[in-house]
Write a protein that binds this ligand. Structure first.
Ligand code: ATP
Ligand code: MG
Ligand code: MG
Length: 577
């Protein structure tokens, strides 16, 4: 990696490598395995978002950075698919696609928690046999209330002292489809008075007669997250299991389960260990899959890939590059304290990535007709511009200067305010505004036309034939304004979508706010713009800097051959200078 900012996880890994705990360790089959194995474990119940990108960059990034030192360190991609009611193959596919797009490669190490169902079940039976798990037949409500509160012990279940034989029979019957949903659950027998409520006999299996997108109707009982996750980590020999802070209270349970299975001879040292880091919170957006799903289902956005969505498919369609997202994740770093990252940090990462590589192009977003009265109607003066000012090897764009041009409506003021150096008509003995039309000629405004309502509909100017850009005469003209333009005779028209934040509030889902109440009604504007002629043939997902406007991408869904549609990915920092 380009830079390796230190973070507390690197310090932990460095410490572990120095101590030798994980070096030369072997798996259950006796093969030597890497000292560092991380994993990214999404649940396929939605599309990945920018928060997940932080976790992906962290887990895959650590594996890449320690690859040499730690004997082939790697990151597993694991689909944590144990809650069939909410999961879907569409989501699973989109997750693989997103991780790949971000530039990470799991090689052969793609796993599914559902592949471990048989083993997880067997481990549950082992815990029952060791007196460490029991079948509880209380109602869900009773289980919940009997857990007690912080500072107040819970109450043992009347079923807590079932015999091993009875528990085994019941658990097998649960698996064998003999009960309805909710009739029984399997719980760990830990301590109903434990100060940490997570440890009060957590439920680890429940009955769910729901078809699973991979295992079909093979199972009617499903293990819960806390049980599945640590076991999956141990089965995959994960060394550093990195998750977000909300799982801090679950860490003792993680340790309890893997240790209990070590005591039972199932796992051996070194056991995997969980570490928590602060989740990404980004201003003006939300990073909860449940809420994003709600936006999609209620049609408040056009889909998961709406360019205003913080999903990776949305951000990609908006014009973000994988490099910009990796840069963003590098810049925000990894810490142990929750905080908010400003959306502008993400936007700046995109500018910094695209500035050196995005070809330049001209687009007039709010067109106003400019007529060069002293230019011959039939003439076409060839003009040229670099595709990228710092990269002559990228070649040039060719276009023509003609009598009728399009300029930005904002570049003309009938009554100029002080300091306005663009186009305005002569007033009294003051000359009209004089500007350079980029890569063309210097012109001087002579008059303008308005319609019956007083709206400006055309601007008139004369050009100076010896002022053409790139010719010696051009140096004789000193002008303060430098405007972009396209020839009305050859410009192509295109739909351009200008986006703003999806929410009006920097923290749309914090406090007692309902995120649906703070949706920005003006988050998408659709304009018809005029583009220079070479833009006709752009490919979907090609990105450009439209000079003076920002970075734009040809929409990957709605662009047609010869008829691109553009999304503004991000504006220029200092537009209108
Ligand atoms: P949700 O709670 O919205 O359903 P989740 O956070 O549980 O989603 P998972 O699919 O379980 O989503 O997440 C996969 C991994 O991504 C987890 O390790 C999780 O900690 C991490 N992750 C999820 N959201 C963020 C975030 N905002 N910042 C950093 N990491 C995140
Ligand atoms: Mg989750
Ligand atoms: Mg979550």
């Amino acid at each position: 990696s380009v830079s390796e900012p230190s973070n507390f996880l690197r310090q932990i890994i460095d410490h572990d490598l120095a101590g030798g705990t994980f070096i030369g360790r072997t798996n259950l089959q006796g093969e030597v395995i890497p000292a560092v194995i991380t994993r990214f474990p999404p649940e396929p119940n939605g599309y990945l978002h920018i928060g997940h990108a932080k976790s992906i960059c962290l887990n895959f990034g650590l594996a890449a950075d320690y690859n040499k030192q730690a004997g082939g360190a790697r990151c597993n991609l694991r689909l944590d698919d144990t809650n069939p009611a909410k999961e879907d193959i569409e989501y699973a596919d989109s997750i693989l696609e997103a991780v790949k797009w971000l530039g990470f490669d799991w090689g052969v190490h793609l796993y599914h928690a559902s592949d471990y169902f048989e083993q997880i079940y067997a481990f549950a039976e082992i815990l029952i046999q060791n007196g460490k798990a029991y079948v509880d037949s209380q109602s869900a409500e009773d289980i919940h209330t009997h857990r007690g509160n912080f500072g107040q012990a819970g109450k043992n279940s009347p079923f807590r002292n079932r015999t091993v034989a009875e528990n085994l029979d019941l658990f097998r019957a649960m698996r064998a489809n003999q009960y309805a949903d909710g009739q029984h659950v399997l719980r760990l027998k830990i301590d109903m008075a434990h100060p940490n409520i997570v440890m009060r006999d957590p439920v680890v299996y429940r009955i769910r007669h729901v078809e699973h997108h991979r295992t079909g109707n093979q199972w009617c009982i499903y293990p819960l997250y806390d049980f599945t996750h640590c076991i999956s980590d141990a089965l995959e020999n994960v060394s550093h299991s990195i998750c977000t802070l909300e799982f801090e209270n679950n860490r003792p349970l993680y340790d309890w389960i893997v240790s209990a299975l070590k005591d039972a001879g199932v796992f051996k040292d070194p056991l995997p260990h969980q570490y928590e880091f602060a989740r990404l919170n980004l201003t003006y957006t939300i990073t909860s899959k449940r809420k994003l799903l709600q936006l999609v289902e209620e049609r408040r956005v056009s889909g998961w890939d709406d360019p205003r969505m913080p999903t990776l498919v949305g951000i990609r369609r908006r014009g973000y590059t994988p490099e910009s997202i990796r840069l963003f994740c590098e810049r925000i770093g990894v810490s142990k304290a929750d905080s908010w990252i400003d959306m502008s940090t993400l936007e700046q990462a995109l500018r910094d990535d695209l500035e050196p590589k995005a070809p330049r192009a001209t687009a007039v977003l709010k067109p106003l007709k400019l007529i060069i009265d002293n230019f011959d109607d039939a003439a076409r003066e060839p003009c040229t511009a670099a595709r990228h000012p710092q990269h002559p090897e990228l070649g040039t764009r060719e276009f023509h200067f003609t009598r009728e041009l399009w300029i930005e409506a904002d570049d003309f003021m009938p009554e100029p305010v002080k300091g306005f150096f663009r186009l305005y008509p002569p007033i009294g003995d003051q000359l009209g505004g004089r500007v350079r039309l980029r890569n063309g000629f210097v012109i001087e405004c002579t008059s303008y036309d308005k319609d019956a309502d007083g709206k400006v509909i055309a601007v008139h100017a004369n050009y100076f034939p010896d002022s053409k850009s790139g010719t010696p005469g051009s140096n004789n003209y000193k002008v303060k304004g430098n405007l972009h333009w396209v020839s009305a005779a050859e410009a192509i028209s295109a739909e351009v979508r200008i986006y703003d934040h999806l929410f009006n509030e920097p923290h749309p889902d914090s406090g007692d706010k309902n995120f649906l109440d703070v949706i920005n009604p003006d988050s998408k504007q659709t304009w018809t713009a005029y583009l220079e002629p070479c833009m006709k043939d752009v490919q979907p997902e090609e990105r450009f800097q439209f000079e003076r406007h920002g970075y734009f991408v040809a929409d990957s869904v709605d662009s047609l051959p010869g008829k691109p549609v553009f999304n503004r990915a991000v504006g220029l920092k200092d537009s209108w200078k």
